[in-house]
Write a protein that binds this ligand. Structure first.
Ligand code: SF4
Length: 446
C-alpha cells in the first residue's frame, strides 16, 4: 500500500515553492499525495515565522491532522521550525522538526520513522542547526497547486532590518546558478504553466554564490534578461523587490520585455525617514518616489504594490500621518499592511516607544482603507483599456477569476473552458464587489 502524505503551507510564495518540491520528492519515493483534509500516514507542515500568532496557527493545524488520523506522523519544517524547534517539538502530536539544513532531506527522516515508529512515539525529534550552517542553496519551484508557478531563484538575506527574523530563519543571501534557473523555467514551461513568479527572500540581491561567497556571479538584471528569452513562457512576474535594488535598467527591460509583466511589488515599510533609519532600511523615501516615477514614466499602466508596517517602536502620530500622506500622494496601486509585532532576537523588540496594540490596529485600519481607495483608482484608470487576462482554475461561487498582466482582477460567469487560458479582453466596468467585468476582444472588435 502506498503511504499517503499531505502538506500544509503557511507564509510566502517561497514556502509554497519549497513545499511543492518536497512533495515531488515524496511522490518520487512512492508516496501518494493527498489533500490535508484527508486521512494520511504523514502530515508535513511548512511553517512561517512572520505570520501573526504563528504558534496558535501551528497548534490548530496539528490538531486538524490528528483529527484526520491520530495514528499519523506529523512533521514541521520552515522558518518557525528553524527559529523555535523545541517549542514545536513540544506540541502534542508532533513527531519531527527539521531545521533549514535538513528540510529537503525529510524523506529519509520519514522513512526512518516509518520503519522504526517506536522511536518517535510521544517525543518530537528535533534535527536543527545553527543558521550559519544553512549557507548552501537548494532550488525549488511549485507546479500543479495553482495557475502560476513560483520559481525560487534566491534564498536568505544579508540585510539587517531591525524588525525582521528572516535572516535568522533562512541564513545568508545565496542564489541558484543561472543555468539551473533557466533549466527550471524550461521545465515549468513544458508543463503548460502560463505564468512564472520569481520568488526568494531578497531577489534583487540575486547572484551571490553559496558558502558565503559574496561576489555576484550574475546580477538580477542578467537574470531577467536571460529569462525573457526562454521559449514557451508566456508571462514572468517579479514577486517582490527591494527599492534600492530595483535598478533603472531592470525597469526599462520590463517595459520593453516579451514576457515580464508591468507589475512591481516594492516594500516601503514607512513613509518617514526617521522610522526608516530605525528600521535600518537601505534607502530614504526620496529613493522610493524616484522608483515609482521611473516606473510610471516608462509604463504608465504599471501596477505598483507596497508593503508597509504600522506601529513600529517610536512611531508617533506625526510619523504615521507622514506615512499616510506620503502614500496618499504616491501613484501606487495597492498596499499590503503589516501590523508590527515584536519578534525575539530582533533589535526592534528591545527598542523604546512601544506603540499600544489598539493604536497599531487603528493605524492598520486607516492604511487598509487607503489601499481600497488606491486599488479602486487604479482599476478605474484601466477601464476602457484592452488587456490580456490569465484565467485561474477555480469556480468561485459561479464565477471564474483572472488577472491582467498589470494585476487587475477580473471575473466572468464560470466557464471551465477558460481555466488556465490567456485571452485579450476589453475592461468595461468595476462590479459592486470591486472586481472588473470585461468583454472578449473578439466580441468587442466586431
Ligand atoms: S530585506 Fe530586511 S525585511 Fe527583507 S528579508 Fe531581508 S532583513 Fe528581512
Amino acid at each position: 500500500m502506498k503511504k499517503k502524505v499531505a502538506f500544509y503551507t503557511l507564509g510566502c510564495k517561497l514556502n509554497f515553492s519549497e513545499t511543492s518540491t518536497i512533495a515531488r520528492n515524496f511522490t518520487d519515493e512512492g508516496f501518494e499525495r493527498v489533500d490535508f483534509s484527508e486521512k494520511a500516514d504523514l502530515y508535513v507542515i511548512n511553517t512561517c515565522s512572520v505570520t501573526e500568532n504563528a504558534d496558535k496557527r501551528f497548534k490548530t493545524i496539528v490538531k486538524q491532522a490528528q483529527k484526520a488520523n491520530s495514528e499519523a506522523f506529523v512533521a514541521a519544517v520552515g522558518c518557525y521550525a528553524q527559529l523555535k524547534p523545541q517549542e514545536l517539538a513540544d506540541v502534542n502530536g508532533v513527531d519531527l522538526v527539521l531545521g533549514a539544513t535538513e528540510k529537503f532531506n525529510i524523506t529519509s527522516y520519514i522513512n526512518d520513522l516509518l520503519s522504526h515508529p517506536e522511536r518517535s512515539r510521544g517525543v518530537g525529534q528535533v534535527h536543527s542547526c545553527e543558521i550559519e550552517e544553512a549557507d548552501f542553496y537548494v532550488g525549488s519551484y511549485s507546479i500543479g497547486d495553482r495557475t502560476r508557478a513560483f520559481l525560487k531563484v534566491q534564498d536568505g538575506c544579508d540585510y539587517k532590518c531591525t524588525y525582521c527574523t528572516i535572516p535568522l530563519a533562512r541564513g545568508i543571501s545565496r542564489s541558484d546558478t543561472m543555468e539551473n534557473v533557466l533549466k527550471n523555467a524550461q521545465e515549468i514551461s513544458k508543463k503548460n504553466i502560463k505564468e512564472i513568479v520569481l520568488t526568494g527572500v531578497n531577489i534583487g540581491d540575486y547572484g551571490k554564490g553559496e558558502f558565503g561567497n559574496k561576489r555576484h556571479e550574475h546580477t538580477f538584471l542578467d537574470l531577467v534578461t536571460k529569462l525573457d528569452d526562454v521559449e514557451g513562457i508566456e508571462r514572468l512576474r517579479i514577486s517582490s523587490i527591494e527599492p534600492n535594488l530595483l535598478k533603472n535598467e531592470t525597469i526599462d527591460l520590463v517595459s520593453k520585455s516579451r514576457a515580464f509583466v508591468p507589475h512591481f511589488h516594492v516594500p516601503l515599510q514607512s513613509g518617514s525617514n526617521e522610522i526608516l533609519k530605525k528600521m535600518k532600511r537601505r534607502y530614504m523615501r526620496e529613493l522610493y518616489v524616484d522608483r515609482v516615477s521611473k516606473i510610471k514614466e516608462v509604463m504608465p499602466h504599471a501596477c505598483i504594490g507596497v508593503d508597509v508596517i504600522v506601529g513600529f517602536p517610536g512611531e508617533t502620530d506625526e510619523h504615521f500621518l507622514e506615512t499616510y500622506h506620503f502614500l496618499n500622494t504616491l501613484d501606487i496601486s495597492y498596499l499590503h499592511v503589516f501590523t508590527y509585532s515584536e519578534r525575539d532576537n530582533t533589535e526592534a523588540a528591545e527598542m523604546n516607544g512601544v506603540v499600544p496594540k489598539n493604536v497599531r490596529s487603528k493605524r492598520s485600519k486607516m492604511l487598509r482603507g487607503l489601499s481600497v481607495k488606491k486599488r479602486r483608482a487604479f482599476y478605474e484608470s484601466q477601464i476602457g483599456t484592452t488587456r490580456t487576462v490569465l484565467f485561474e482554475s477555480e469556480n468561485k461561487e459561479g464565477y471564474i477569476h483572472g488577472f491582467t498582466a498589470n494585476y487587475v482582477k477580473v471575473k466572468a460567469p464560470w466557464d471551465p473552458e477558460l481555466m488556465n487560458t490567456l485571452h485579450r479582453v476589453h475592461l468595461t466596468k468595476i462590479d459592486t464587489d470591486g472586481l472588473v467585468r470585461f468583454e472578449f476582444v473578439k466580441a468587442f472588435s466586431s
